[in-house]
Design a protein around this ligand. Structure first.
Ligand code: NAD
Length: 473
């Protein structure tokens, strides 16, 4: 169902979303999504629909963010296709009820843990990976047997419209619905009762989502942002480190939730690291990144102005040029940045890379301890002892040693934030678990039916303790 409400829709009119949510609930209540064969069919249909509209989707992503097709395929369409393939491979196992032991106190009896869907799931997506971050949670929601309502980001309007068409042509409107629009629409949706809310976006809006969810006691997953630090030690391979950092930082023009936000470099290698970073930028995007087909643009004028506002907050050693006409900001590296400056307090979410220095690893950790827990923490070192110290003494959604971003590619590892970078996780089985309630079911035999447990209680406390410990194992 491609319900479209304008971002300026007054709050009263936004209740147009209610019939959509009610239709989803009625359809879920028929339990049509319960058979695993049904879920498989739907996931396969989604995979085919993505494949047949590949060019439309790549065009939409290019129009919205000037994403290079190769990057867009790898980080958006291909990612979701691999989610579908992985899910189809494991769905039978994931959906199988698990036998569990039954304590003597409930004997004779049989215990199972049954995975059951929550029901109607709301999935709200951001604009930076507007396809992957909406559809990847959808794969998990459908695999777990839910029905879903998608709210794409209005800031990637071409992708939003293309996804709405794809969903409308692929699924029954009371199975997967799309409600397009901005903040007003999103707020109106959040007034409705959902059984699960999966939100990806900023920490500020995440708080609002959680407040709204509390009204109906709806469980939430919040995939939020933050400043992901990148520590480079003196023993790191500087050329490889620089290439990997530049790749992760300037992909999608820095508008990636797990992009390294800033670098903490050992003072001894800061200068050669900066040179290696500059070389990598030239190698990837040429002398004029503006003319590179592989370099993206900032999503809108508001974000452009916000990011340009950071440029005077440090000494620029690379890039810094920008043009509002096509919202271009060159890959920019800056040094001499005050740790208290806004560029070091706010999530940059753009192609500006501050490089700070540290003397001892302890100093770097002290700086991180002062800050909210990030979505990712990156460390470049050959020293396993340092790796252990950093992983044991810091908390972050995920951690990656000697690379960036790649830690979120595995389907067997959960992806999510902690503290201000979010709560809950998904990808692979973790996604299935997120959209699943694990319901224990115990079946008792009718006999024996010992009278001991019923009032009036006759056992002495001593006997009770003895029997209780024995029966409970
Ligand atoms: P955003 O929070 O502004 O918007 C996200 C979604 O919420 C959009 O669909 C938007 O329409 C809706 N929305 C906006 N205001 C709302 C409100 N008051 N109430 C309810 N809904 C509202 O985020 P964004 O600008 O689209 O995305 C950028 C942010 O998302 C960054 O902070 C980034 O780090 C984070 N992010 C996190 C992940 C992750 O996986 N953890 C991935 C991508 C982006």
């Amino acid at each position: 169902m491609g319900l479209k409400l304008d971002a300026a829709t007054p709050p009263g009119a936004a209740s147009d979303a209610r019939p959509t949510v009610e239709a989803l609930r009625r359809s879920f209540d028929k339990r049509l999504t319960a058979p695993v064969s049904f879920r498989r069919e739907q996931l396969r249909a989604l995979g085919r629909a993505i494949e047949s509209r590949e060019q439309d989707l790549l065009d939409a992503l290019h129009e919205d963010l000037r994403k290079p097709p190769m990057e867009a395929y790898a980080s958006e369409l291909g990612f979701v296709q691999s989610d579908i393939a992985h899910t189809l491979r494991h769905l039978d196992r994931w959906t199988r009820p698990r036998r569990a032991s039954t304590p003597l106190v409930a004997w004779p009896g049989r215990s199972r843990v049954m995975p059951e869907p929550f029901g109607v799931a709301l999935i709200v997506g951001p604009w930076n990976y507007p396809f992957q971050l909406l559809l990847s949670p959808l794969v998990a929601a459908l695999a777990a047997g839910n029905v879903a309502c998608l709210k794409p980001s209005e800031l990637a309007p071409n992708t939003s419209a293309t996804v709405a068409r794809l969903v409308r042509d692929t699924f029954a409107p009371d199975y997967v619905a799309v409600v397009e629009g901005g903040q007003v629409v999103s707020e109106a949706l959040l007034h409705e009762r959902f059984d699960y809310i999966f939100f990806t976006g900023s920490t500020t809006v995440g708080r609002a989502v959680m407040r709204a969810a509390a009204e109906h006691l709806t469980p939430v997953t919040l995939e939020l942002g933050g400043k992901s630090p990148c520590i480079v030690c003196a023993d790191a391979d500087l050329e490889v480190s620089a290439r990997r950092i530049v790749w992760g930082k300037f992909m999608n023009a820095g508008q990636t939730c797990v992009a390294p936000d800033f670098i903490l470099a050992d003072r001894r290698i800061k200068a050669p690291l900066l040179e290696a970073i500059q070389r990598a930028i030239r190698q990837f995007y040429g002398d004029s990144p503006r003319d590179s087909a592989d370099y993206g643009r900032i999503v809108n004028d508001r974000h452009f102005a916000r990011i340009v506002g950071y440029l005077p907050q440090g000494r620029i050693v690379q890039g810094g040029d920008h043009d509002v006409r096509d919202r271009f900001i060159a890959p920019t590296v800056m040094v001499d940045v005050d740790p208290a400056a806004p560029v070091m307090r706010e999530e940059i979410f753009g192609p500006v890379l501050p490089v700070l220095e540290f003397e001892e690893i302890e100093d770097a950790l002290a700086l991180l301890r002062d800050r909210p827990k990030p979505l990712a923490l990156y460390l470049f070192t050959r020293d396993r002892a340092v790796e252990e110290i950093v992983s044991a003494q810091t908390s972050s959604g995920g951690m990656c040693v000697n690379d960036v971003i790649s830690h979120m590619l595995g389907k067997d590892v959960p992806f999510g934030g902690v503290g201000e970078s979010g709560m809950g996780a998904y990808h692979g089985k973790a996604g299935f678990d997120t959209f699943t309630h694990y319901k224990p079911v115990l079946r008792r035999a009718w006999t024996p039916d010992f009278s001991l447990r019923y009032p009036p209680f006759k056992l002495s406390r001593r006997w009770l303790k003895f029997i209780y410990n024995w029966l409970m194992g």
